[in-house]
Design a protein around this ligand. Structure first.
Ligand SMILES: C=CC1=C(C)c2cc3[nH]c(cc4nc(cc5[nH]c(cc1n2)c(C)c5CCC(=O)O)C(CCC(=O)O)=C4C)c(C)c3C=C
Ligand code: FE2
Ligand code: FE2
Length: 351
């Protein structure tokens, strides 16, 4: 048996004119139970892009402490947000995939859109192997992380290239690594915030809360922090906000090390103590609502703010499958797709 995989049966007949579009996100457990959380967290937290502690030390901590305690704790949180159709992140991601497929059809291009998760299922390996079986020779990968970071986008690249290293015929590849300043992303974010302000009024402060990461990653060269700051500046400019009308902060701290600051919970507490009693919170790093937004931002941080003296706290939904978000995805992948063959035949050259 060959060490490389390939489409062998009727390979030439099966070659496809479609481009494979692979939408990816982080991943989620299969069920909101400790049993389902354990393998998911094991895979996620064993990724050296996510936790950079020396491997041997980390494996002892991960298997000896974290995987004994965290699954049950996280399962309870997932239970509080779980939808009839499953994890919110997976449900939103499936909707995004379906809507992007329709938008690309409407744009008249040949595309085969699949969804994959970096951890858990549907896996990146599975999705790419399906493209291989369909004879697809060109793939665009769009990780739905607006701001590049090593633990997210970098790790997705690792998983894609690890699979392709097994292929005999490596397809033409395009990997979209960041869209933190893309005009249509900034427009979609600004639209979602402007709609909230039009319906509920101008808050005392708009909090733009991004998923955090260890400060050490930034010190070692990860651009994520700077990309988040740029997104915030561009959104504020689009909304014509003054500097004192919004603040950028970082949430979802994990472990005891120092993470990017200011922390979202401490920021909300300080705002309430300063007398800013009415805040609106948006999470630009999350392309879809998930545990970190629906539990941590909708519930946990609301409590922090109200307990510190705040009065009104509102969460602005992630972009999910808003039309302007899908339009952004369409624009991002379109340059790599081919139009359907034109029905107009080339004119014959007369002798
Ligand atoms: C351990 C370190 C972590 C780093 C670094 C990290 C970076 C990071 N993560 C996201 C997006 C998401 N993270 C989500 C959940 C989540 N993240 C971590 C840890 C790190 N993330 C953990 C342990 C968890 C699991 C939840 C828990 O047990 O508390 C999610 C939500 C998944 C879901 O199912 O809803 C997302 C999305 C980004 C953008 C990021 C970049 C810096
Ligand atoms: Fe995370
Ligand atoms: Fe969290």
């Amino acid at each position: 048996m060959s060490r490389f995989t390939a489409l062998t049966e009727n390979a030439h007949e099966k070659l496809s004119a479609d481009t494979g579009v692979l939408l990816t996100n982080l991943g989620t457990p299969k069920a909101p139970t400790a049993e389902a959380l354990r393998p998911y967290l094991r895979q996620f937290l064993s990724d050296p892009r996510v936790v950079e502690i020396p491997k041997l030390v980390w494996m002892i901590i991960l298997h000896g402490i974290i995987l004994r305690v965290r699954p049950a704790k996280s399962a309870k949180l997932y239970q509080s947000i779980w939808l009839e159709d499953g994890s919110p992140l997976l449900v939103h991601s499936k909707n995004q995939r379906g809507k992007l497929e329709l938008a690309l059809q409407a744009a008249g291009v040949n595309a085969n859109v699949k969804l994959a998760m970096r951890y858990g299922e549907p896996s990146i390996e599975q999705a790419l192997q399906e493209f291989q079986q369909q004879g697809i020779r060109k793939v665009v990968v769009l990780p739905l992380y607006p701001q590049y970071s090593g633990p997210t986008t970098g790790s997705t690249f690792d998983a894609v290239t690890r699979e392709l290293q097994k292929w005999r015929f490596v397809p033409q590849m395009h990997f979209i690594n960041s869209y933190h300043d893309h005009e249509l992303y900034i427009t979609a974010l600004a639209n979602s915030i402007a709609e909230d302000i039009a319906a509920k009024g101008m808050p005392d402060k708009l909090v733009l809360s991004y998923h955090g990461m260890p400060q050490q990653f930034f010190d070692n060269g990860d651009p994520y922090y700077c990309l988040c700051m740029k997104t915030s500046r561009l959104v504020a400019e689009k909304l014509q906000l003054e500097k004192d009308q919004y603040v950028t902060s970082f949430q979802s701290r994990f472990g005891k090390a120092e993470w990017l600051k200011p922390y979202t919970d401490a920021t909300l507490e300080a705002l309430a103590q300063e007398g800013k009693t009415n805040v609106a919170v948006a999470c630009p790093a999350f392309s879809a609502d998930c545990l970190e937004t629906l539990e941590e931002m909708v519930h946990e941080n609301r409590e922090v703010f109200i307990e510190a003296g705040g009065k009104e706290y509102r969460y602005i939904d992630a972009l999910n499958s808003r039309d302007d978000h899908i339009a952004m995805m369409t624009e991002l992948v379109l340059p790599y797709l081919q139009p359907h063959p034109s029905p107009i035949k080339a004119p014959k050259v007369h002798a």
